[in-house]
Design a protein around this ligand. Structure first.
Ligand code: MLT
Length: 237
């Protein structure tokens, strides 16, 4: 599904939903978990984040790509790469990514996907044996290129996994288009992300390293799953 506003909550019932926000929410959440963050609570509003806070919990997220006043962390993956996050509970709110996760609440399983963990997510989703919806967060209800590229990566990974297993499968035309788009830019994903509108916006704001990092394929072998409003990290390998 190209963007959140095109996803009807009821269409997600009994499905495995892979939620993507490459720049940067799902990439950042994954990075925090890979650096020992205990659990993440993705919420829609700043108020909800503040209301959930309790001792031992930290607040993270962004509005207009910038850290929210009074919060401990922003939305750059680099902020979540040291020991400070280890063992912590993180409450996070971002403009689009956490909203897409909330929107998926009727799904059977929700997995946070990005280019950084596409392969692990495809494996986890295939193992669950349900219909799979790939939901691109997009930006303010509009399709974002980088999420589409990641959708294509996921379709490609799923295609080879299901083929190996001899499972019959099909994909809609949007998924197929994204697979071909992914194949087209696969040899230089960083350059492709630098050229798309969110990539350009982040570079302009000084987050070039974030765009480069978020463009790396399969750096992290983990497919975080949302359970009871909480995202945590079952290791795939
Ligand atoms: C979002 O959820 O809207 C994004 O992650 C924004 C950002 O890159 O900070």
């Amino acid at each position: 599904i190209p963007s959140v506003n095109e996803a009807r909550a009821d269409d997600l019932i009994n499905k495995t939903v892979l939620v993507i926000d490459v720049l940067r929410a799902t990439s950042t959440m994954l990075t925090a978990l890979a650096h020992g963050c205990r659990a993440i609570y993705p919420v829609e509003t700043v108020l909800q984040a503040r209301q959930l806070q309790q001792p031992g919990y930290v607040l993270g997220g962004e509005r207009a790509c910038k850290k929210i006043p009074g919060f401990d962390y922003g939305n750059s993956p680099f902020e979540y790469m040291d020991d400070r996050i280890a063992g912590k509970h993180l409450i996070i709110t971002t403009t689009n990514g956490t909203r897409a996760i909330q929107k998926s609440s009727k799904a059977c399983t929700v997995i946070a996907a990005s280019l950084l963990n596409g392969k692990a997510c495809a494996r986890e989703a295939a193992a669950l044996n349900k219909d799979i919806v790939i939901l691109c967060s997009g930006t303010q209800d509009v399709f974002s290129f980088e999420d589409g590229i990641c959708a294509g990566q996921l379709v490609g990974e799923l295609q080879s996994l299901l083929k190996d297993r001899g499972t019959e499968w099909s994909v809609n035309d949007f998924g197929l288009s994204m697979l071909y788009a992914f194949q087209q830019v696969q040899s230089d994903i960083t350059r492709a992300l630098m050229n798309c509108s969110n990539g350009k916006r982040l570079c302009k704001l000084g987050f070039t390293d974030d765009v480069i990092y978020c463009s790396r394929l399969n750096l992290i072998q983990m497919a975080p799953v949302v359970r009871g409003g909480k995202l945590s990290a079952p290791l795939v390998d």
